[in-house]
Ligand binder design. Structure first.
Ligand code: MGD
Ligand code: MGD
Ligand code: SF4
Ligand code: MO
Length: 737
């Protein structure tokens, strides 16, 4: 008999609610769930591809061990954990804690089991060598927000339903479906904005899909955002447009900011961002002059040399024009569970700090407990005390996703032991001695631990598994807890449920005192992260307080609404949300003000006339890992190099011809696709391709391998404040192949 299930899509930040029809073990259809209060029926082709992912014969269903000849063989879970114990523990004993590095990737942010339990493994390991995809992505935004508002996860999002002017800088939500902004059906919401008379301006080196659906497109020079933003800031002060409104009482550092902005006149900044000075002034005036407006910036502004400054300036501009924490501006979601900015004393906290440790080789500072992923290869290669000889990867594919993947690929081959938690034998995990697979997403329950904190509207949604997992298959939290137990010397057979229970009891004692811990524990529902979720929901801002507010939320209540609970539109949250030591919004964090000196030093040097490479995303891709799914892989090759006709003519290139693209790091060949939507002098290639390495098991992806853009990029190029790699605006040479 056919059954209908409601399931939140775990593949991208949009978190769409899906309606999945099944019969027996088969998926019959996947559609957007119309009644979902949050995504209202929206889905993209990747949501439909969950069926292919579930059925993919290449998706691992058993632990795999690499043999001497390089081939993988399936082994039992017991054997696998024994192998970890036999190989990891002696290395730690001999070389100390830093010998093991960990690296966690993008899908972990979509998996409560991974995200909530991985920190325990890291704590058990006690290594400073903690890496993640954050330093290829959003770290600048988190650092800037941490410094300004006091917590890494206090990131404001556009209040799209109520805005009249949306300025988008370095983001393409039409294709990416939003990032650090959970906004399913951006397209529909953007259309509604324009239909009610609002405007959208997109600032992007390429006339992206988002720019095509906007009122205006400004083709900025890649990497020029810091100059654009400083030129706008200068204008606000110069033209007396600074009006923080309600936030006036809650900001600090305005004078320092005014002083810092002084040198950056639009005339000085304009050539560096490749836009006329008048455009900078006009943008500042429009932002200041529109009652409900939001300036939103994303990955294009983060993966740059001045990524943290960009992220900071974006929020500063919103604040100074009265658009932060205001309806129609940038607002802070209030998540039902796990949001640190709803915990502890409202209005004040400890703030954030960086640089408590440094990487061994480059001396790069720790940020949010992590070192830059671009330092991983050198930490493996460089001999000496603290050298990394073992690696645990969790849901990441840095051989394709990190700069100079070729170097990392070589480094991984030299490790003494590598363990990967991953469903595929791909470009990275082919180096693993052991791969431990997750259940299929359809065999796992789901709750968005992260993205509810970044959502266009407040909500609480939980999905049950669609299918039961194989009896042998542990949930990923169980795998991680078992690994932690092994590392702690508790053996391969430790009772991980009991360990989890002990941790939960300790947390309850901390929250409620030792007398109340036991009865509260007895009230919590489920096992593992489910109980932590129940605790977070019940003690959270909408919670039932364990009976104190009977109408409030609990896990049972959220589960009883399979299509999700709507918690209403975004509400102003300042000062309650602040967790800075001062209890104010820090407009001028000293480290950021100091870093402006580097921007100033760049001003006298006029940009040279060079070709700059940027990236792009495609609806049918998800970074590096969904090219093996037939429904997404079909159709024309998408790993093409977009070239402006003028630049193509100069290089003697025509449509469809192979171009050679080179940097100091590497050179690769890609088919040219002419596009007058690019700013002249900019070429554009997607990342996540290059599936032609031997030893992977990706039957579909290898048929259309594409090329790895990251081979061209320099692993040493970073935003120094956040450790985030420079992935955009990189100078390249272009020639006919
Ligand atoms: N279909 C699909 N969706 C995805 C993903 C995917 O791979 N495929 N990946 C997911 C992930 S992990 C993330 S982090 C999000 C990212 O989501 P977004 O931040 O929306 O990322 P992109 O779509 O890459 O859009 C970045 C835009 O920045 C522009 N850009 C490049 N350089 C510059 C610059 O120097 N300045 C400015 N102003 N703009 C610049 C690019 O042309 C591009 O249009 O997408 C997520 N969603
Ligand atoms: N040049 C360039 N490089 C980029 C970017 C760019 O814009 N330009 N974008 C960057 C960004 S924003 C990001 S987030 C990174 C992403 O970097 P990564 O996280 O390294 O890359 P993904 O391609 O997302 O790889 C995800 C991995 O997780 C595995 N996986 C999928 N589902 C599960 C699961 O349920 N459990 C487990 N254990 N594993 C799973 C997949 O098989 C794959 O190996 O790439 C970055 N790299
Ligand atoms: S936009 Fe697509 S991939 Fe993202 S959550 Fe929705 S259906 Fe899934
Ligand atoms: Mo990302």
């Amino acid at each position: 008999m056919a059954q209908t299930h409601y399931r939140i899509c775990p593949l991208c930040e949009a978190c769409c609610g899906l309606e999945i029809r099944t019969e027996g073990e088969r998926v019959l259809s996947i559609r957007g769930a119309e009644q979902d209060p949050f995504s209202q029926g929206y889905l993209c082709p990747k949501g439909v591809a969950l069926k292919d992912l579930h059925e993919d014969p290449d998706r691992l269903r058993q632990p795999m061990r690499r043999r001497g000849d390089g081939d993988f063989e399936p082994i039992s879970w017991d054997e696998a954990f024994q192998e970890v114990s036999d190989r990891l523990l002696p290395l730690r004993q001999q070389h100390g804690a830093d010998v093991v590095a960990t690296c966690i990737g993008n899908p972990a942010s979509h998996k409560i089991g991974l995200f909530s339990t991985f920190p325990q493994l890291v704590r058990a390991l006690g290594t400073r060598n903690v890496f993640s995809a954050s330093s290829l992505d959003q770290m600048p935004k988190q650092l800037a927000c941490g410094l300004m508002y006091g917590h890494w996860m206090s990131v404001p999002v556009p209040d799209l339903p109520r805005t009249e002017l949306l300025i988008i800088l370095g983001a393409n939500p039409m294709v990416s479906n939003g990032s650090l902004w959970t906004v399913p059906d951006y397209r529909g919401k953007a259309r509604a904005l324009r239909e009610r008379g609002g405007r959208i301006i997109v600032i992007d080196p390429r006339r992206s899909e988002t720019a095509q659906a906007a009122d205006e497109h400004l083709p900025i020079r890649p990497g020029g955002d810091v100059f654009l933003l400083l030129g706008m800031l200068h204008t606000l002060f110069a033209e007396d447009l600074v009006r923080p409104g309600r936030l006036q009482a809650h900001v600090q550092g305005l004078d320092a900011l005014r002083l810092a902005a002084q040198p950056f006149t639009p005339e000085l900044c304009a050539p560096h961002c490749g836009l006329p000075a008048e455009a900078l002034r006009r943008l500042a005036r429009e932002l200041a002059g529109t009652e409900r407006a939001a300036l939103y910036g994303r990955i294009g502004t983060c993966t740059q040399r001045f990524g943290t400054l960009n992220s900071w300036l974006i929020d500063v501009l919103n604040i100074l024009t009265g658009h932060l924490d205001q309806p129609g501006g940038l607002m802070f979601p209030k998540a039902a569970a796990f949001a640190a900015n709803t915990l502890g004393r409202p209005g004040q906290g400890k703030g954030v700090a960086t640089g408590r440790r440094h990487s061994r080789v480059a001396r790069a500072p720790e940020v949010m407990g992590e070192l830059p992923i671009s330092c991983l290869a050198e930490e493996i290669e460089t001999p000496g005390e603290g050298q990394v000889r073992a690696l645990i990867t969790v849901a990441c594919n840095p051989v394709l996703s990190a700069p100079n993947g070729a170097r990392l690929d070589r480094a991984l081959a030299g490790l003494d032991f590598m363990l990967s938690l991953d469903p595929y034998i791909n470009e990275t995990t082919r180096h693993a001695d052991l791969i431990l697979p997750p259940p299929s997403p359809l065999e796992d329950w789901h709750y968005d631990l992260i993205f509810a904190q970044l959502s266009w509207r407040n909500h609480a949604r939980y999905s049950e598994p669609v299918f039961p997992a194989d009896a042998e298959q542990p949930a990923e939290w169980q795998t991680l807890l078992r690994l932690s137990a092994i590392v702690q010397g508790l053996g391969v057979d430790a009772d991980v449920q009991a360990l989890d229970e002990a941790a939960l009891r300790a947390e309850l004692q901390r929250l409620a005192g030792s007398d109340r811990a036991a009865p509260l524990l007895a009230q919590l529902e489920g096992q593992g992260p489910q109980r932590w979720l129940d605790l977070a929901l019940r003690s959270g801002p909408y919670g039932d307080g364990f009976g104190a507010r009977p109408e409030g939320l609990s896990l049972a209540k959220v589960r009883a609404a399979p299509q999700g609970l709507d918690l209403g539109e975004l509400q102003p949250r300042i000062p309650e949300l602040l967790r800075t030591a001062s209890g104010h919004i820090e407009l001028a964090p000293p480290s950021l003000i100091a870093a402006l000196a580097e921007v100033q030093a760049a001003l006298p040097r006029m940009p040279v006339d060079e070709l700059l490479l940027i990236g792009r995303r495609d609806t049918r891709s998800n970074n590096s890992w969904m090219h093996n799914l037939p429904v997404l892989a079909k159709g024309p090759q998408r790993c093409t190099l977009l070239v402006h006709p003028d630049d193509a003519a100069r290089a003697g290139l025509a449509e469809g011809q192979l171009a050679r693209l080179s940097t100091a790091r590497a050179s690769l060949l890609a088919p040219v696709s002419l596009s007058d939507g690019l700013r002249p002098g900019v070429v554009c290639l997607p990342h996540g391709w290059g599936h032609d390495l031997t030893g992977t098991q990706l039957a579909v992806a290898t048929q259309q391998p594409g090329v790895n853009l990251n081979l061209l990029l320099d692993e040493d190029a970073r935003d120094t404040l956040s450790g985030t790699s420079v992935l955009s605006g990189v100078a390249v040479r272009l020639a006919a192949a």
